[in-house]
Design a protein around this ligand. Structure first.
Ligand code: AMP
Ligand code: MG
Length: 412
């Protein structure tokens, strides 16, 4: 058996980082920048008001309260040339360009306007620059605004749109072909013949990949036949950047993924026994030096855990991410988590929640056998139990949060 980190490192180092593409801004959420992005103009582009109020000459209001003549009114988007002279003010709205001659804005709440709108009393002195937004005070032209290797968030898209960019240089997100292997697998509601089961892994893996931000191609259920499986890989290799399969990687007679990958991938093929439970076996290889294949185990929970620990980080590496592994958080277990020593790290399906002080707590979400997928559906985290006797209630343990938006509140 090899340690988890060693297996993951092997995969990560064998996966190619995807090429750069110029991607439409609206389709680039979650993508990773392949070049630094430099601002080609100032934001804001002109000197403007930060408040609704009156544009004034600060020298005129030094002896406030002061009465000024209102000579004009400017709204956001009003591009007319407007100016003021001594003893004058212009009514101004947030975001409107500052009139020539003015050097400050007095907020409307500190003014009294005459009933005819012809004059205003400024109640407080304001200094030059008051309530103004300078050009480039958000983003300065010529500066780096998004560094290389940044995962684009909604706010980044806003920043890039404000600079007038319609596309952005990012690593192309991989397209992933997904298949299930097994003669026993069926899809849909038809009654099951004896010995058959329904395929749960493919919809789950497709959803996991799409949630990670990548598109998928559904390659269906493939029987336990090496020639058929090989054809599926060969035919789809041109349109897929990676494959995720489940089943066929253990030591059974029909473990076709292992067999086909060893034929197709040469020395890049690795069949590993990893020191974890669940998800001990994993097959991995790279087809044509270009298309990694993640051969996950067939047991549904093993499939999901193996995806989380190995395939997801590797796909993220392909997509240009530098942080590819979920951070290990610290949580208090509310119950004893006993286990036997077996030289493996155990990953337990748990419900994580926060208590009144913001501390993370976990408890098992249900049965922990590797065919019991339901308890994984109830879980939002995996607890990491290193080899040994386990943890006692109240102990701090490591946790991988799978779904941070589904944090329950914990009574503890
Ligand atoms: P295997 O890794 O192919 O030996 O499969 C291990 C176990 O997982 C067997 O009980 C399979 O029937 C089951 N299994 C394999 N693939 C799937 C699947 N796609 N959905 C549900 N169970 C599966
Ligand atoms: Mg099988």
């Amino acid at each position: 058996m090899i340690p988890l980190e060693e297996a993951r490192e092997l995969l990560l180092s064998a996966c190619p980082v995807m090429e750069t593409e110029h991607r439409a801004l609206g389709a680039s959420l979650g993508c990773v920048t392949a070049e630094p992005i430099v601002a080609r103009e100032d934001v804001p582009p002109f000197l403007n008001s930060a408040m609704d109020g009156y544009a004034v000459r600060s020298a005129d209001v030094a002896e406030a309260p002061t009465r000024l003549r209102v000579v004009d009114s400017v709204m956001a988007g009003d591009g007319r040339p407007v100016s003021i002279g001594e003893g004058e003010a212009v009514r101004i709205m947030t975001g409107a360009p500052l009139p020539d001659g003015a050097d400050a804005v007095c907020m409307v709440e500190r003014t009294t306007t005459g009933s005819d709108g012809q004059w205003v009393v400024i109640e407080d002195a304001v200094s030059a620059g008051n309530s103004l937004r300078r050009p480039g005070s958000d983003i300065a032209a010529g500066g780096e605004v998004v560094s290389i290797g940044t995962e684009l968030t909604p706010a980044h898209l806003g920043v890039l749109a404000r600079l007038g960019l319609e596309s952005v240089p990012v690593h192309r997100p991989p397209t992933v072909g997904v298949l299930s292997t097994g003669d026993e697998l069926r899809q849909g509601p038809a009654p099951l013949p004896r010995g058959a089961i329904r395929d749960g892994n493919r919809p789950m893996l497709i959803a996991l990949i799409e949630r990670a931000g990548y598109s998928t191609i559904d390659l269906g259920i493939v029987p336990d036949d090496a020639a058929t499986l090989r054809k599926v890989f060969e035919n789809a290799a041109t349109e897929c950047d990676a494959f995720v399969s489940s089943g066929g990687v253990s030591v059974g007679d029909l473990d076709v993924v292992r067999i086909v990958l060893s034929e197709m991938c040469g020395p890049s093929m690795h069949w590993m026994q990893i020191a974890i439970k669940p998800a001990k076996p994993l097959a991995f290889g790279v087809i044509d030096g270009r298309v990694p294949v993640f051969g996950l185990p067939g047991n549904p929970v093993s499939s999901m855990v193996s995806f989380e620990l190995f395939a997801r980080p590797a796909l993220r590496r392909m997509g240009g991410h530098t942080e590819v592994v979920r951070p290990t958080l610290s949580a208090v277990t509310d119950v004893d988590l006993t286990r036997d020593a077996d030289e493996k790290v155990h990953l337990l399906r748990v419900v994580a929640g926060v208590d009144g002080t913001g501390r993370l707590h976990v408890r098992p979400s249900g049965g922990q056998d590797s065919h019991q997928l339901r308890s994984l559906a109830e879980a939002n985290a995996l607890a990491i139990l290193p080899d040994g006797p386990g943890a006692r209630a109240g102990d701090e343990i490591g946790v991988l949060l799978l779904d941070g938006e589904r944090l329950a509140s914990s009574g503890s």
